[in-house]
Design a protein around this ligand. Structure first.
Ligand code: ATP
Ligand code: MG
Length: 645
């Protein structure tokens, strides 16, 4: 794992917001005197009443409060306070699914008017401060209006990714007791349409608390509107005022509920609050991405996930940034789409997930190299461990070797980046998340809770609270305490495995649940998968353990080949030898199955728990599969398992 190091680029060391020295000074203050550090950072925001109590947190018993006597409004901080200086500046470039469909440009003034109207419509529909509002919307501008409208009037949004089924939607509506759903006639993704309104109609018989559905017209599809319940957004918007007062919110009032990706089990409805969350992610956006005034920032994450909440919406707007928002997918109409969008809007910072990077790498370099990408200054990744091979490709082919990469480790529960390089301060190591963000105190422990110092590998905990930390799981505080604070008393347990190298840099090795134990040797999934992905013919790989008579656990690998490469027994043999040579005999795969696709969550993460079941020939009990993106992938893998070798 300790491969190459790319030292900080000289120009970045000199010009970036955060230099090595500045990082060290700020980090030291953030952990030694968090009250002073975060009191200062809170000044990034406009407060109706400035906080005087900064940090009031404990992990045993669990009680987390930041800025608890502060009063602010998140929508005001994201829109109104910028209007004087930036009213006519672009807030969003909105890019449609297909390049021939009309794009939109939305200025801060326009954003203000539309959010106010949306807020007034919600009020007319009876939504009040503290009410939960479920959003089931595609990546169209109206989803940003809806989220910010909730923030404006103090309602709590719960965005459900617009690819989820009616059952999954109903479950999430019921879980947070919302009485209103905002949706669209249809969504578009990769040339396909998704019948969102129809899905809502199918969900509501199982979610009886909902009495209002607000519908955005997007594709113009023929849908049925139910009298007394369903309301067209454009009709309602025409009849309301274009100004809406902001609702003063306590810093600890909830801003949103968001369900985790469901990689390891039933999704958790994580609750984030207003003041700490916005302070933290605003700082992260400026420092980790080195955002400078006038830059064009593009986070490709869907607003259905935390990366979208924090870095497609709230953090860039809090900093008065210009952002890109894209409706579609990376490979439609073809695998050049991302890079063409970057050229079209002269994007300076681009942030996406390893799953997209691996897929585009598998499509071949030509799709990238035929575009310019000259505007790019920095690249980012989040969501899964990035395999060094994919990192190098992102760095050399996409970034032409000029752009630092920030590999940001974080979780829905953490609100913002927790372990991440700073481009002017941190030497980059492909595959390493490297160094803690301000205020973050990582610690590695073994399974018995013993603290591991120095160079070590273990379970990643965080010792103290940071402002963007989730406060609870909606309606189930006990689950919150049990999931995160009980395994290692007094510490936040991330459920991720992690290695600290001799330089003190952190490498996420995968989920603790996925760790392999082969003849007594513990191995993270990331290491074996990265070895496979580093083979020229492999585009993706997933590794799980299965019961093995002699070794305790055997290594079962699923391999997706590069586009156009044929699978064969010889290739399987080569790949085994390859892993053996790259890591050592102990890591030699016992069973190998070629997989045209891997089961992933809808946010693009590999679901190893399902692969483990297939490896064990136990198909009856696959667990919660409602978050699976494409169930047919699982059937193919089950059918193909006879061909493993
Ligand atoms: P669930 O909690 O429901 O099982 P999930 O953990 O996939 O789902 P998210 O909050 O979307 O839900 O994902 C957080 C996880 O993603 C982290 O715990 C980690 O395993 C992984 N992750 C995110 N960013 C990185 C990164 N840069 N490097 C390695 N792993 C990452
Ligand atoms: Mg998780």
């Amino acid at each position: 794992m300790s491969g190459k190091t790319y030292p900080v680029f000289e120009t970045w060391a000199q010009n970036a917001h955060i230099s090595k020295q500045k990082y060290e000074d700020m980090y030291a203050q953030s952990v030694n005197n968090p009250d002073a550090f975060w009191a200062e950072q809170a000044k990034r925001l406009d407060w109706i009443k400035e906080p005087t109590i900064i940090k009031n947190t404990s992990f045993d018993p669990v009680s987390i409060k930041w800025f608890e006597d502060g009063v602010l409004n998140v929508a005001h901080n994201c829109i109104d306070r910028h209007l004087e200086k930036r009213g006519d500046q672009v807030a969003f470039y909105w890019e449609p699914d297909h390049p021939d469909q009309p794009a939109q440009v939305i200025t801060y003034n326009q954003l203000h008017e539309r959010v106010c109207r949306f807020a007034n419509v919600l009020k007319e529909l009876g939504v009040k401060k503290g009410d939960r509002v479920t959003l089931y919307l595609p990546m169209i501008p109206e989803i940003t209006y809806a989220m910010l409208a909730c923030a404006r009037i103090g309602a709590v949004h719960s965005v459900v990714f617009a690819g989820f089924s009616p059952e999954a939607l109903a479950g999430r509506i019921n879980d947070c007791d919302s009485t209103i759903v905002i949706t669209a006639d249809e969504g578009r993704r990769g040339g396909k349409t998704i019948p969102l309104k129809k899905n809502v109609d199918d969900a509501l018989p199982h979610a009886l608390g909902v009495d209002k559905v607000l519908v955005v017209e997007h594709t113009g599809a023929n849908i049925t509107m139910k009298g007394g319940r369903d309301v067209w957004w454009h009709e309602a918007a025409a009849g309301v005022d274009e100004f809406c007062e902001i609702e003063p919110m306590n810093a600890e009032d909830p801003l949103f509920i968001l369900y985790t990706s469901g990689s390891t089990g039933k999704p958790k409805g994580v609750v984030h609050t207003a003041g700490g969350y916005l302070t933290y992610i605003s700082l992260a956006h400026e420092t980790v991405f080195n955002y400078e005034d006038g830059d064009v920032f593009w986070c490709g994450a869907d607003l259905g996930w935390i990366t979208g909440h924090s870095f497609t919406l709230y953090a860039p707007l809090s900093n008065g940034a210009i952002s890109v928002m894209y409706e579609g997918v990376p490979n439609y109409p073809d695998a050049s789409r991302f890079w063409q969008i970057i050229d079209k809007y002269k994007v300076n910072q681009f942030y996406t997930a390893p799953t997209a990077i691996r897929a585009l790498m598998g499509a071949g370099d030509d799709f990238v190299t035929k575009t310019s990408r000259k505007s790019l200054k920095l690249l980012g990744t989040a969501g899964e461990p990035i395999n060094p091979e994919a990192w190098e490709w992102y760095f050399h082919v996409v970034g032409d070797g000029r752009c630092p990469i920030v590999d940001t480790w974080w979780q829905t529960e953490t609100g913002g980046c927790m372990i991440t390089p700073f481009p002017g301060a941190t030497d980059m190591k492909p595959g390493a998340a490297t160094t803690p963000f301000f205020g973050v105190k990582p610690q590695l422990v073994d399974n018995d809770g013993n603290v591991l110092d120095g160079e070590a590998e273990g379970n990643l905990c965080i010792l103290d609270s940071w402002p963007a930390q989730a406060r609870t799981i909606y309606g189930d505080h006990q689950r919150f305490v049990e999931t995160y604070f009980t395994t290692y008393k007094g510490k936040y347990f991330t459920s991720d495995g992690c290695k600290r190298d001799a330089d003190g840099d952190y490498w996420i090795t995968g989920r603790v649940d996925d760790v392999l134990n082969v003849s007594g040797h513990r191995m993270g999934t990331a290491e074996v998968e990265s070895a496979l992905v580093s083979h020229d013919l492999v585009s993706e790989a997933a590794v799980v353990g299965y019961p093995h008579d002699v070794k305790g656990q055997g290594i079962y690998v699923y391999v997706t080949l590069m586009a156009g490469v044929k699978q064969s027994d010889d290739l399987a043999k080569d790949l085994r030898q390859w892993v053996r040579k790259e890591i050592g005999p102990i890591a030699t795969p016992d069973l190998l199955q070629f997989a045209p696709d891997l089961p992933k969550t809808r946010s693009g993460k590999i679901m190893r728990r399902i692969l483990r079941k297939i490896a064990e020939d136990d198909f009856s009990n696959l667990g919660d599969i409602s978050t699976l993106a494409d169930p047919s992938v699982v059937d193919t893998l089950i059918n193909d398992r006879q061909n493993r070798s």
